[in-house]
Design a protein around this ligand. Structure first.
Ligand code: SF4
Ligand code: SF4
Length: 321
């Protein structure tokens, strides 16, 4: 199995050099550092685990998918879906030999995005990354206990798996103009993770809830993006979405430098119209604003320090329709 063989993998993206290129790290939030420390020190060393010798037989793929989804929800996932693993779900230069993927999403709290970007919104993103680690570890432990190996793909660190295409293929939502997943009911305030597993499961498929079509006439995220990283139009060079339309492509050379210097930005998420405003009236017992206060700091110069060899081309480009 070629999964995660540290000898054969290309090196992970060199974030420290990248940060240096934009003038160094500037976000120092103790709560963010607390969550990241817990992810790196408590969770990541346990991402690999023993697999039970005796296999549980599910009878049919639908039963296996039901068991996986029940376990994912019990572990704390807000959304879970399944799909077959395809080459476009894996980072370029990486290899995953499993056959199926499990897409997982955990909600971020609307109340943490009342002012954005802010230390509170940054801490909420880090907290949900930790939550995703908990969900992944819980589900992976269950699956390994059933006698099936699996690989955890966590959004922090050096994952082999591309969570967004997996989530779209597994029916968790549609791709919005802002480049993030939008669920028809839970909106875009989500963070994603994935598991790769060789367990034959019934698969979900991409959904069409009219979200991508709505983005064509909505520019809210575009208007509030300080460095103008969100496009006016779909990009014929960015591959196709499951509906066969050209995708929107975020200008990462504009987004990342702003994101990296302004509390992981994320302005485009709470301003998205797919946030349900009834949450604002009484969200988990906390009355909140109907619309966030958006801090529009001066954007830094455009910087795209990602070497050509390390860029991820959209592999669905030219996919047969
Ligand atoms: S995270 Fe901020 S900079 Fe990046 S696309 Fe969203 S609003 Fe724009
Ligand atoms: S704010 Fe509007 S255009 Fe942007 S992702 Fe949300 S629905 Fe689409």
């Amino acid at each position: 199995m070629a999964v995660n063989d540290p000898q054969s993998r290309p090196p992970p993206f060199d974030w420290e050099s990248w940060y240096e290129g934009i003038g160094g790290r500037s976000i120092r939030v103790p709560e963010v550092e607390h969550w990241f420390r817990k992810i790196f020190e408590e969770q990541m060393p346990n991402f690999a685990g023993p697999v039970a010798a005796k296999r549980r037989e599910f009878g049919d793929p639908a039963a296996a998918a039901r068991a996986v989804k029940a376990s994912a929800r019990a572990a704390g996932a807000d959304l879970v879906g399944t799909c077959r693993l395809a080459p476009e779900h894996v980072y370029r230069g990486r290899e995953v030999s499993h056959t199926h993927a499990i897409a997982l999403a955990v909600r971020m709290r609307w109340r943490a995005f009342q002012t954005v970007p802010s230390p509170e919104s940054a801490a909420e993103q880090a907290r949900v990354y930790y939550e995703l680690g908990r969900v992944c570890l819980g589900l992976a432990g269950e699956i390994r206990g059933w006698g099936y190996d699996c690989e955890i793909g966590h959004p922090v660190g050096d994952s082999n798996l591309l969570h967004l295409p997996i989530a779209i293929e597994a029916g968790l939502g549609e791709l919005g103009r802002h480049g993030s997943l939008i669920h028809p009911e839970l909106g875009p305030l989500l963070r994603l993770a994935s598991l790769a597993v060789s367990l034959p499961m019934a698969c979900d498929g991409p959904i069409d809830a009219g979200i991508g079509a709505f983005c064509d006439s909505c520019m809210a995220c575009r208007k509030f993006c300080p460095p103008k990283a969100i496009p006016d139009d779909r990009d014929p060079g960015a591959g196709k979405d499951p509906q066969g339309n050209d995708r929107y492509r975020i200008d990462t050379g504009r987004c990342f430098p702003y994101f990296a210097r302004n509390y992981y930005c994320a302005i485009c998420l709470p301003v998205c119209v797919y946030n349900h405003k009834e949450w604002a009236r009484d969200f988990e017992g906390h009355k909140t604003k109907l619309f966030p206060e958006v801090v529009m700091n001066e954007p830094p110069p455009v910087f795209d320090g990602i070497p050509e060899t390390e860029r991820h081309a959209y592999p669905k480009l030219g996919r047969p329709q």
